[in-house]
Design a protein around this ligand. Sequence first.
Ligand SMILES: [Zn+2]
Length: 291
Amino acid sequence: MADNYYRAILNNQIIVSAVDSKDIVNKAIQLHSLSPISADALGRVLTVAALMGQTLKDKEDYLTTVVNGGGILGSITACSDAVGNVKGCIDVTNAPNVYDANGNLDVKGSVGKTGKVTVIKNIGLKQPYVGTSPMVSGAIADDFANYYATSEQQPCALTVGITINKEGKCTAAGGVLVQVLPNCDAQLLDNVETTLYAMDEMSYQFQFNSAKDIVHKFFGGYDNFVESKSCSVRYHCDCSEQRFERAIVGLGQKEAQSIVDEVGFIEVTCHFCNKKYKFDKNSVDKLFVKK
Ligand SMILES: [Zn+2]
């Protein structure tokens, strides 16, 4: 698969990264049978998570982000790791399509802006790092830009765009994240932000250009442009029988056995890929045998 993530550093002061997330969004649509508005909203959060995952330092690091704007879509969750795996889920998979005054899907209104953004980073510390910030718009990109500015005290600029066609497929999707290194020149930042916000609708860019092309096209002319990373990111769920066994053990023996007594087995479905795992009485009993 061609690389769909690309990152460059401008003059040792600004990091620009871009991801083409079309395949990730289409995989989410397929796994969760998403209506267009649910796909657009989850797609935006997956795109941001894909960009954020690449900012993690160690290959074992991973993060989870939860957007709860109080709107009809409910909670939207996306997880990513440092090696390009992204997955996500949304409470309401088949929300009715609502349109704004311009005839576009009203993702903003359907996500809502009364709740918060939470980011949980597992970066090898004793406890995960948890940061939150209030929702400011519901459009997702603005909410995460505000998260970076307020919770991580890292000013950034972020834009995300998703296009879903009449058949409910994603035809273009992507995002661009601009991060500022310490001692960044204010004028440079100003110029980069002007470039970013002058770009046409983000999904339109990704319809015709790769992530690398976009970064080169818009930022290639800046002084001291250095490629810093090019890789592939994908939708991938790493669930396993062992992981759900641990979850059953977490229920406690009494609770687990009462479910088995009542239903005959325990069945769990992974929220991220909808794979089902079934544990019969025998296998549940084995989990509680003292070793
Ligand atoms: Zn799974």
